[in-house]
Each structure stands twice: as C-alpha cells, then as structure tokens.
Write a protein that binds this ligand. Sequence first.
Ligand SMILES: [Zn+2]
Length: 291
Amino acid sequence: MLETAAGKTTQGISRRTRMQLSFASRAVRIFACATLALVALTATSSAGGPSASRFDALPKPGERLAQPIWLPHCQMRIVEWRSTVVLRAETAPSDPALAVLDDTCRDAFERYGTFLQSRHLPRTHAAPESMPAISLLPGNTLIDGKAPRALNDMPSRFESVAPGCCYWGLYVDSLNHLFLRNDPLLRTASGELVANPRFVRTLTHEISHVLSARLGVWEALGYDRQRDEDLAEAFVEYMGMHFPAESSAEDLAYHRGHVPARPRPELVSDVTLPRPAAHAGEGSASTSPQR
Ligand SMILES: [Zn+2]
C-alpha cells in the first residue's frame, strides 16, 4: 500500500507542476493569528516575567513565509517552513515535496468518511467549516529538532501545548494550527529523491486528528485524548501503513541511507507506541509521538 502511495506521489509531482498555488485568501485569519501571538508575547505574569502561552507556539510574523503555500487537496495553507541545513533537498519547499503533502491529503480525505463509517463513529458535519494552517519544522532531535523554533522546542515555544518531548507532529485545535516535521522527501541510496514514507505516516496520523475534530466526531462523542490517539493510529493502519513511528535515531539512519528507504516488513507486528502523558487544557496538542 505504501509502495502504491509513493507511486502516486511520483505521478503527483508532474501533476504538481500544473498546480496553481493560491496566495491571496484567508489572509485575515493569518493576520489575526499573528496579532494574537504578539499579544501573547507581550503578556507578563503576576511576578513580572514573561508568561508561557499556547500562542507562543504560533509562528511570529518574521518566521512566516512571505507567500503562504495553498495545498488544494489539503484545503490547508503552509504558512511557515523551516529547513534542515544538512538535509536541504529533503526538507526545503519544492514541487516534489509539496506533491507529497497534497497527495497524502488527497488519499486520506478520500477515505476518511468511509473509515469513520467502518468504525460506526458519528459526525456532526458533512465537511469541515475551516481547516488549520500548517508549519513545517525540524523534528529530528539528533539534528536540529530541539533547536529554537523546531518541533521539539519544548523549553520555550511549545511548552504550553506539548505534553513532552518528542514528536513528529502536533495539532493544536484551539490554535487552528498543525505543526509537522519538515522532511516530505527521502534520498535513496542511488541519490533519487522520493516520498518519505514516514512523513506520509505522520501527516496521515495528524489528518485523522484534524478531520475527526473538524467533522464533529468529538462533538458527538465527547473528547477523549486516548480515543483520539487510538483513532489516528487506526487510520494509519487503515491507509495501509503497517510500520510504527520511528525514533530520531532511526530517522537519521533512513536519511543517511544506512537502512532501506522502504519500511521493513518485519516491523509490521511492532505497532506499540508510548502513550503521550495526560495533559489537560484546551491548548494541548494532539501529537504524533516519536518512538
Ligand atoms: Zn496523535
């Protein structure tokens, strides 16, 4: 299934060249978020020091792309993209990288309704009324994933939303924002850039968090963090990805070509993931934990 997904992505690259990137609409929402972030940054605690706020997780105006990138099948806009210097081609914005994102959305969105039906889950909306903005950030904690403004920048930017370290994705519904690892592409031993199956896994997992929330599943059932997490993992399986989330060390080995790009079949039975620590509060994130 994954092989199929990668093949579709390759096809999508040429289709991507025809894809129109729209930069104009939804600016109001983006500016509103930026304004909220500024307000949060200037807030102070009763002791006089800066107070951590979930709005600190949002990109500051200077961190945002000059031109947001619209992903038609995702119905979402990339507003921030930070690359990893030592993996520049794999982690920089490019047509092939954008095709991986958009094709993953296309495949996931096509099947999410049927997936919910298969699990007899209710929904209160036929379609999402709005979708979050996306930040792509370094996620590998052995390279730059803990650096300032990286995905696991826990001491400062994500302190108030992330349950702990370390993650490949964070979806914060109350911020209307999805934070993702920055490596849609992987370089094979022959030097070819291909869709990164582990990025596709992470995005598929996060899409379940986004769509279950925006289609009103939790509105109907009442929110349960563990149930949300289990549903996201079940959707990954439903989409044919039978390999577990990887550690930063494993990710580094994949990127350095020390192991085959394609997930190994023997990993199929190993689907146990560490559970994120319980974290109350409306600002908390739905996460994709690293292993
Ligand atoms: Zn999750």
